[in-house]
Design a protein around this ligand. Structure first.
Ligand code: EPU
Length: 417
């Protein structure tokens, strides 16, 4: 559990860590190679869980600081920890790797979660289209066989993990692969860049078409780096817009990836400056915030992963704000939990909510609903009128590296009990 109360600033800078959603597909992709090195890997719950799964495959893992090295020489499918795979959605990235290395895969379906059902039907469909035999049953995904070497064309419907999985599955497959309506989130591009560095021929076009042309067998070694996390960066923008101290500088902010979010910040009268060297200066803007409407979207639109923290910003804005969550049918549910803090919100339907007027938030004990809602509750606690208690902190620790330490330097009054 976390306790929070009024802030006291000890530092003026924060440095953004590696991105969760970029790290996980890169870690999975590294299993193609005998030896791999990944830099800037965040030390977060989801990475540790994924590494435990990978170790259960007999892979030798060394995670020192933010550098991860893996040796897959003794990899074996027989010891795979199936219970852990159920806990983490990105277990589906193991499907193409295990199929390619062992000619078979049999793992539990990843479940739904607090933000929505999150089916993987398209992933399944595409593995069939690649030529594998689908023998799935009950809640088990089972494929066997070998890929076809013909050229194939797939439509990814802008789904992020699905686009990533199809890149991973096809990168070393003889034949041409065209992924239409591909997601082009920064972490997808990070994955493409990783494979390009190993010699793969992958191109991305402005109209969301990714083309993979087979050029070579996979090499023995890989070396990559995880991009910094634009979602963490946007979260710190909101923290500071609501703080009572003058400003902070956010380093490795990935300002270019945050354009839609920063436009909305400006519209809400959050004051920020683009300093040189990917540093973002954010000024305390709490007194002047104005209501706005936001709608989440695929990249480069407003990221769904910043919707929950942004909702807290809107509680301190004059007027009525509107939130339209397009992607996930459950991602507004956490608003019910935070009603305990006496803010004024109306959930219109699973995808839309209104936030009314500038409201002083009342301290309370609240539970982290999911990763992003959990961090939103920390922000709410920071601006509430007393000590706030947050439970289920492990949700937050799944995706934010050393969040308590970083906030502790900016605001001294946060601790885990
Ligand atoms: N979809 C299907 N069938 C499929 C695949 C997707 O119907 O086979 C639909 C589902 O409704 C699904 C939606 O498309 O919910 C979006 O799917 P997508 O693949 O884009 O998203 P995701 O894999 O569920 C990833 C991130 C999310 C992030 C979204 C949107 C990872 C591990 N997860 O989720 O991150 O919100 O993309 O950008 O990369 C988070 O970090 O808190 C988080 C939830």
């Amino acid at each position: 559990m976390l306790t929070l109360h009024w802030p006291q600033q000890l530092s003026w800078d924060v440095s953004i860590s590696g991105s969760k959603n970029a790290a996980l597909p890169l870690i999975a992709s590294s299993l193609y190679f005998k030896e791999s090195v990944l830099e800037n890997v965040p030390r977060i719950g989801d990475v540790f869980t994924f590494l435990k799964i990978i170790e259960s495959l007999g892979v030798k893992v060394n995670f020192s600081g933010n550098t991860l090295t893996m040796d897959t020489e003794n990899m074996s499918i027989d010891t795979l920890d199936l219970c852990l795979i159920k806990k983490i959605r990105v277990g589906i990235f193991l499907i193409p790797i295990l199929l390619e290395r062992f000619g078979k895969v049999e793992i539990p379906f990843p479940g739904g979660c607090n933000i929505g059902k999150r089916p993987i039907d398209e992933h399944i469909h595409w593995f069939e289209k690649m030529g594998y035999t689908n023998e799935s049953y009950d809640d088990i995904v089972k494929f066997t066989g070998k890929y076809s070497e013909e050229s194939i064309s797939l439509s990814a419907g802008f789904a992020v993990t699905a686009t990533e999985n199809m890149i991973i599955a096809n990168v070393f497959r003889p034949g041409k692969t065209t992924i239409e309506l591909a997601a082009i989130e920064p972490h997808v591009l990070n994955l493409i860049h990783f494979f390009q560095q190993t010699g793969a021929n992958i191109t991305v076009e402005y109209n969301h078409v990714i083309t993979i042309i087979w050029v070579q067998e996979k090499p023995m070694k890989s070396h990559g780096s995880v991009i910094h996390d634009y979602i963490e960066s946007g979260t710190f923008v909101i923290f500071w817009a609501l703080a009572s101290n003058p400003y902070i500088d956010i380093h490795h902010a990935r300002i270019e990836d945050l354009r839609a979010f920063l436009f909305k910040c400006s519209e809400a009268w959050v004051r920020w400056e683009d300093l040189w060297d990917d540093t973002l200066r954010v000024h305390n803007s709490r007194e002047t915030l104005k209501s706005i409407a936001i709608q989440t979207n695929i990249f480069p639109g407003f990221p769904t992963d910043l919707q929950s923290p942004f909702a807290i910003l809107l509680t301190q804005a004059e007027g009525i704000s509107r939130i339209h969550e397009v992607l996930f049918e459950g991602r507004l549910n956490w608003l019910v939990e935070i009603e305990k803090m006496k803010w004024h919100v109306a959930i219109m339907n699973p995808h839309e909510a209104l936030v009314f007027w500038k409201t002083p938030l009342r301290w309370s004990t609240v539970s982290s609903w999911d990763l992003r809602a959990g961090v939103a509750m920390i922000i709410a606690g920071m601006i509430s009128d007393g000590d706030t208690f947050i439970t289920n902190v492990e949700y937050i620790e799944r995706g934010y590296e050393d969040i308590i330490g970083k906030l502790g330097k900016l605001w001294a009054s946060i601790k885990t009990i």
